[in-house]
Design a protein around this ligand. Structure first.
Ligand code: NDP
Length: 316
């Protein structure tokens, strides 16, 4: 951007894609406020790395995550949203209009909708970096194919872990779910499917203490700690998928909006307004309770309606 040109002032910018961002963009566009949407590093968000979505209303036969995402995007574009594949690195909420920096360029907007979602959480073991792409992954749909006929592990006891374990049985000879308790957190329907699956075993009350590689540098086994105080155990696996939840993607805000202890953006009761007027947050970046595609989409709709009303009230 040259020093002499002033960036255009957008009425609204949506930061992030996925069900929340695209729904906000759809509703804003239909309110005649077609926003600029920054899709970020993972356009479409977490749905793009999931397999079949069975619980999004309107798709009784289920729909593949990436296809659902494409449909969200197309619907927002149809009504005028301008969707760009850039990633926002920072924002300045201390000036009006707000300043957004994406891929080194400045953008200005009267209103912001933040829908940056959350990213997979890792265990925090020193070996995780070493084995990344050498047996270790956080995305079964991306990497499951590489483990055909092998014995692998999935760490976690929530719906993501169970879904990944079930999906991985399409490739692996055996999948062991390593869970730190003796009770699953995931929903009953997923738990029943996993518990009854002939290729799925469970290592209960276990956490991963160490990851050990073979001479070829690839993952060979996990050393497991017994959370009930028993002796360590070993699990010979060539693949390990981490599915222990998520971290909200709010780092680019550099503390300009209030968050809770886990880093989720705090929105006001019953609305999506944040601590700064003119900024709304929707989807997984502010929701640590429901975290569903449908609730993300719903909160994206709320953010857009609140944003539209606020712009109108302020003559913007
Ligand atoms: P969750 O937070 O639900 O589960 C995380 C799991 O990881 C828990 O079992 C937790 O153990 C375990 N865990 C967390 N930290 C550690 C750690 N440091 N070491 C070992 N284990 C750890 O996250 P999910 O990603 O599974 O699910 C998120 C949301 O998305 C949920 O609401 C879920 O229902 C939804 N979802 C729905 C799907 C569907 O309906 N098809 C598919 C996928 C997700 P503990 O139980 O002891 O806390």
């Amino acid at each position: 951007m040259s020093a002499t040109t002033t960036p255009k002032i957008h009425r609204a910018i949506v930061i992030g894609s996925g069900p929340a961002g695209y729904t906000a963009a759809l509703y804003l566009s239909r309110a005649n406020i077609p926003p600029l949407v920054f899709e970020g590093a993972q356009p479409g968000g977490q749905l793009t790395i999931t397999t079949e979505v069975e619980n999004f209303p309107g798709f009784p036969e289920g729909i593949q995550g990436p296809e659902l995402t494409d449909r969200f995007r197309e619907q927002a574009k149809r009504f005028g949203a301008e969707i760009v594949g850039r990633t926002v690195s920072s924002v300045d909420l201390s000036t009006r209009p707000f300043r957004v920096v994406a891929d080194g360029e400045d953008y200005l907007a009267h209103a912001l909708v933040i829908a940056t979602g959350s990213s997979a959480r890792w265990l925090g073991l020193p070996e995780e970096e070493q084995f990344h792409g050498k047996g270790l992954s956080a995305c079964a749909t991306c990497d499951g194919f590489f483990f055909r006929g092998q014995e692998i592990a999935v760490v976690g006891g929530g719906d993501t872990a169970l879904e990944e374990a079930i999906f991985l049985t399409n490739f692996a000879a055996k999948v062991t779910v390593v869970h730190r308790r003796d009770e699953l957190r995931g929903s009953k329907i997923m738990a029943d499917r996993a518990l009854q699956h002939p290729k799925i075993a469970f290592a209960w009350n276990s956490t991963v203490k160490r990851m050990v590689g073979g001479e070829n540098g690839l993952l060979q086994k996990l050393v497991l700690t017994d959370t009930k105080g028993g002796p360590d155990d070993e699990l010979a696996v060539t693949g390990c998928f981490i599915a222990i939840g998520h971290i909200p993607n709010a780092g680019f805000l550099a503390g300009q909006l209030p968050t809770d202890a886990q880093g989720y953006l705090i929105t006001k009761p019953d609305v999506t307004a944040t601590g700064v007027e003119g900024v709304w947050a929707c989807g997984d970046v502010q929701d640590h309770v429901y975290r569903q595609a449908i609730t993300a989409a719903g909160s994206g709709c709320m953010a857009a309606i609140e944003c539209e009303r606020w712009l109108g009230e302020h003559g913007l």
